[in-house]
Design a protein around this ligand. Structure first.
Ligand code: FES
Length: 146
């Protein structure tokens, strides 16, 4: 696949997650709720997590934002479900490395996430892509401090 085809494929994967978001909504009361906003644009995301015995049993998100932030949230929730908190944090680290243009490892469980790799070339959009991961990090930190 040449570079242009790959870029087109990535763009269509991003738009698919944006138009048909996975895990959109909120988990019921009692779940961990994390609100995060992007100060540069005011867009916001609410992430709800069901963490039991250090495992993320379920994850949902809601909010308003651009195609990058919303598709990233859709992909992130898909990726971390069923994983331990430590595994999810490792995924977050790999994602952050990808955004920084450093070497990274995307496991099969992380699904479509590599489609966002091109965002690393647009520094202003990196905050959009990492918004939901920041919420995840904040939420899991709160959970471990309980
Ligand atoms: Fe606001 Fe992307 S422009 S999150």
């Amino acid at each position: 696949m040449n570079f242009n085809n790959l870029e087109q494929l990535y763009r269509s994967v991003i738009m698919d997650h944006y138009k048909n978001p996975r895990n959109k909504g909120a988990l019921e009361d009692g779940s961990l709720t994390i609100d995060m906003n992007n100060p540069t644009c005011g867009d916001r995301i609410r992430l709800t997590l069901d963490v039991q015995d250090n495992v993320i049993k379920d994850a949902k998100f809601d909010g308003e934002g651009c195609s990058i932030s919303m598709s990233s949230a859709s992909m992130m929730t898909e990726s971390v479900k069923g994983h331990t908190v430590d595994e999810a944090l490792q995924m977050s680290k790999e994602f952050s490395n990808m955004m920084l243009g450093e070497s990274y490892e995307i496991t099969e469980d992380m699904g479509d996430i590599e489609a966002l790799s091109g965002v690393s070339k647009f520094p202003a959009r990196i905050k959009c892509a990492t918004l939901v991961w920041k919420a995840l990090e904040k939420g899991t930190k709160e959970e471990s401090n309980k």
